[in-house]
Design a protein around this ligand. Structure first.
Ligand SMILES: Cc1cc2nc3c(=O)[nH]c(=O)nc-3n(C[C@H](O)[C@H](O)[C@H](O)COP(=O)(O)OP(=O)(O)OC[C@H]3O[C@@H](n4cnc5c(N)ncnc54)[C@H](O)[C@@H]3O)c2cc1C
Ligand code: FES
Length: 265
């Protein structure tokens, strides 16, 4: 059971790392110490008096020793735009770590992680954890353009090998969407007689739906991390519901990670 913390977190790093994508590192020792891969933080951005809602962001890295949390955020609207202007030494208020994270099957020995865009954020700590546990991990990263493949180096470092990459515009890796790379990885592992026993995917919903279908076809257990607009972030308001085979569930506390076969796509 995760203990929820509310921390005023001093900003240590806030810089643009790619095409409209920023990295923020904050000091939040209680959250860093309790976070599990796939969980998120709910961020109150100062200076947003007209916008009281927090913004949910996946935990890109949590360093329990240093007491720091990294978030990778794409600038989309008022809140994330406002975040880019926050100075070092300023602070944000975080609630977290929130939600059901990734739950690889017991005895998992070979895993395929698929990230579209900033969907790489919650998959990065999973890559680190699986690699440290001796699981053989293949990563597929897709982005619009080379500058948006911002997590590539961190995945290289975590896995000690180059992830398979694609860009929509062909500026890095395979040109086009990343789904052919996923298909090829599933087929190659099956042909070797050592199929994956776990697929984890986060990115745009059409990508997750397709990857879920490919994993189902290959008979591999798959989890996806769903994005919903969130108000409270702690299970009280029902603004984030997801249709599942078991009825409506809350993305914030019952997810954001769900077994793909439970989601009504
Ligand atoms: C569990 C969870 C984890 C997330 N992790 C990350 C992450 O690691 N990095 C990242 O860049 N983004 C992440 N998001 C999405 C992020 O929360 C939104 O992009 C952000 O809240 C937008 O705030 P804003 O004020 O800039 O935009 P707004 O002004 O509120 O909206 C601008 C645009 O963004 C869209 N948008 C707003 N909120 C969401 C949302 N929750 N999901 C999808 N679209 C949204 C709106 O429809 C609108 O088109 C995550 C969302 C969830 C639910
Ligand atoms: S955001 Fe309120 S219940 Fe999920």
């Amino acid at each position: 059971m995760t203990t929820l913390c509310n921390e005023k977190a001093p900003i240590l790093v806030n810089e643009e790392i790619g095409c409209n994508i920023w990295l923020m590192t904050v000091e939040a020792p209680a959250i860093a110490g309790g976070a599990r891969p796939g969980q998120f933080v709910h961020v109150r951005v100062p200076g947003m008096d007209d916008h009281i809602l927090r913004r949910p962001l996946g935990i890109y890295a949590a360093d329990a020793e240093a007491g720091t949390v990294d978030m990778m955020y794409q600038v989309l609207g008022f809140g994330t735009e406002r975040m880019t202007a926050l100075p070092l030494g300023g602070s944000v208020e975080l609630i977290g770590p929130i939600g059901r994270g990734w739950q690889p099957p017991a005895g998992c020995s070979r895993a395929l992680l698929v990230a579209g865009g900033v969907g790489s954020a919650p998959l990065h700590p999973l890559a680190c954890e699986l690699a440290a546990a001796g699981v053989e991990v293949t990563a597929v990263l897709g982005a619009g353009t080379a500058d948006a493949l911002v997590a590539r180096e961190r995945f290289c470092a975590a896995l000690d090998c180059e992830p398979a990459c694609s860009t929509d515009d062909g500026t890095y890796g395979r040109a086009g969407f990343c789904t052919p790379l996923v298909e090829e990885a599933l087929a190659a592992a099956a042909a070797e007689g050592r199929p994956f026993d776990y697929v984890a995917c986060c990115g745009p919903e059409p990508l997750m739906r397709l990857v879920a279908a490919m994993a189902a076809e290959a008979g591999v257990f798959c989890e996806v991390s769903l994005e919903r607009r969130m108000a409270c972030g702690v299970g009280a308001c029902l603004s984030c519901v997801v249709d599942t085979v078991d009825g409506k569930r809350r993305a914030c506390v019952d997810g954001p990670v769900f077994p793909a076969t439970e989601v009504v796509w």
